[in-house]
Design a binder for this molecule. Structure first.
Ligand SMILES: *[C@@H]1O[C@H](CO)[C@@H](O)[C@H](O)[C@H]1NC(C)=O
Ligand SMILES: *[C@@H]1O[C@H](CO)[C@@H](O)[C@H](O)[C@H]1NC(C)=O
Ligand SMILES: *[C@@H]1O[C@H](CO)[C@@H](O)[C@H](O)[C@H]1NC(C)=O
Ligand SMILES: *[C@@H]1O[C@H](CO)[C@@H](O)[C@H](O)[C@H]1NC(C)=O
Ligand SMILES: [Fe+2]
Length: 465
């Protein structure tokens, strides 16, 4: 062998160029920004964010979520530690002095050697739209007052801003993510929470104290705006070693109530709500979803109920992503993708948000629904009827391969904002945590799949995808 001749050399140069162009055409962007390696250490129990409010039996861990299907209800929840105390929520509209009252119920649970405080859930109904309400929980000098804003009436052009957070936990980075979300000038009005809340299951015997600290940590935001809950794997807490704990999702379902009955769901792990111009479907990655399972049956009917002339924006939440090109949790969403993806395409879902993978990724609009065992057709194709898949797991570093459906990905912490302007346009942005401040690292104008189904791909060169 006498080495490469000049013609084969130039052939290789050309080939490399062609490959580069091909990658550029098909592929998205993998950001070179990687957050500095941190240990993901939980904030110690003595941290300021975990402080217990003063006074005997003072309500703590106050949180709210939507309490009905249309946005005129709110579930107010809180915990008292010393005794059951009052189940009453007093509330009034900013525009009125008339105090109103709602009665809730109190729950407790045991998990191995942990006994919960008294967990109160109280649903307020018949609220007026677009109104600021104050509310008070507790009695005597431990009364605590908060407020929230109700959404605009459900309708096709109701502008609304959602924040999106997943896999929060209670590390120093969690505090940074929450702080950046709070300071984001776009001001989210409701958070779509993508599962994995407290990570209490990382402690010996799944120490419930870490559920309490998490509740106190996020109160500063979730007492004032609803967070829409999705279940994650860290909520399962099925621990056969602690052989008396055989009920999955036990702490989560006691502490976080959702309005699943309002959408005819038999299980709080999957349900839907309408809020402004959005129809939000929450699914459970950790419940049965095969054909004829309860979740599958519910989703079939549910998608047929969505009226895009009333709620143009169809948003799906689930914990484990259906499209994920990181090694972490690679292909875990594949069984659900096989079952649910044809429905998402048929019903023109605008966007699917997931967490679980501790990194960020946004796909192009793609689908992979042609395969039927005999035809071998299992390629991922560009599809303007398909949703965009977005993974917002809070931080972590993992290696990745480079697929051509991925539009942007980055191994960083962050939060996102989905800002609905009207029935045709929504501005989406993802904000990484960087050196103590937050910066917009990825963004996209969403065109609504029902009202404005034009190509909204962000690829700089339109490829043959
Ligand atoms: C958490 O963040 C807030 C700022 O939003 C800060 O005041 C507080 O000291 C932080 N706590 C910890 C333990 O980092
Ligand atoms: C599988 O798909 C091919 C075309 O892609 C089609 O010709 C064939 O009939 C399908 N098989 C079944 C069982 O649906
Ligand atoms: C919808 O919002 C987009 C983005 O703000 C704007 O360009 C467009 O004109 C709006 N459409 C209507 C009908 O107002
Ligand atoms: C990705 O590239 C493969 C091979 O070039 C192609 O068959 C496939 O259609 C592409 N997929 C997308 C989503 O562009
Ligand atoms: Fe997870």
């Amino acid at each position: 062998m006498d080495g490469l001749g000049s013609s084969s050399l130039s052939f290789i140069v050309v080939l490399v160029l062609v490959l580069n162009v091909a990658l550029f055409c098909n592929g998205g962007k993998t950001s070179s920004f990687v957050r500095k390696a941190e240990l993901g250490v939980d904030m110690p129990l003595s941290s300021d964010v975990f402080q217990v409010p003063p006074g005997y039996n003072a309500p703590q861990q106050v949180h709210i979520t939507q309490g009905d299907h249309e946005g005129r209800g709110m579930i107010v929840s809180w915990v008292t530690m010393d005794e059951p105390g009052s189940n009453t929520v007093i509330y009034w509209s900013e525009k009125s002095t008339r105090r109103m009252k709602a009665e809730g119920q109190v729950y407790t649970y045991k998990f191995y050697d942990y006994t919960s405080g008294y967990i109160h859930h109280c649903t307020i109904t018949n609220l007026k739209y677009n109104t600021k309400y104050y509310y008070v929980v507790g009695i005597g000098h431990t009364r605590r007052k908060f407020w929230f804003l109700t959404p605009p009436p459900v309708g096709p052009d109701a502008a609304y801003t959602f924040g999106i957070i997943g896999d929060l936990g209670q590390t120093y980075d969690s505090n940074l993510t929450l702080t950046h979300y709070e300071r984001n000038f776009q001001q989210g009005k409701t958070v779509l929470f993508l599962g994995d809340l407290s990570y209490a299951d990382r402690y010996a015997n799944n120490d419930g104290v870490r559920w309490d600290t998490w509740g106190r940590f996020v109160e500063r935001r979730v007492a004032y705006e609803p967070w829409i809950w999705t279940v994650g794997n860290h909520e399962i807490e099925l621990n056969p070693i602690l052989n008396i704990e055989t009920t999955p999702f036990k702490p989560y379902t006691h502490r976080y109530h959702v309005p699943h009955e309002a959408s005819s769901s038999i299980d709080p792990l999957w349900y839907s709500i309408k809020r402004a111009s959005a129809y939000i479907i929450v699914l459970s990655s950790y419940s049965a979803f095969s054909p004829y399972s309860p979740q599958w049956l519910w989703l079939q009917l549910e998608l047929q109920n969505v009226d895009r002339s009333q709620t143009p924006w169809l948003i799906v939440l689930m914990h484990a992503p259906l499209y994920n090109s990181y090694y972490d949790h690679y292909m875990e969403g594949e069984p659900m993708r096989v079952v649910f993806e044809p429905l998402f395409v048929q019903f023109k879902v605008d966007v699917v948000f997931s967490g679980h993978v501790h990194a960020y990724e946004r796909s192009e609009r793609v689908s992979n629904i042609a395969y039927n065992i005999t035809n071998g057709d299992c390629t991922i194709k560009r599809d303007q009827s398909a949703p965009v898949y977005i993974t917002i797991g809070d931080g972590g570093i993992s290696k990745a391969w480079l697929p051509n459906y991925s539009a942007y990905r980055e191994a960083s912490f962050g939060h996102a904002i989905f800002d609905i302007k009207n029935r045709t346009h929504a501005y989406y942005s993802w904000h990484r945590n960087r050196h103590g401040y937050s910066e917009e690292a990825d963004s996209m104008w969403f065109y609504n799949r029902y009202w404005y189904p034009f190509d909204d791909s962000t690829a700089s060169i339109q490829s043959s995808m």
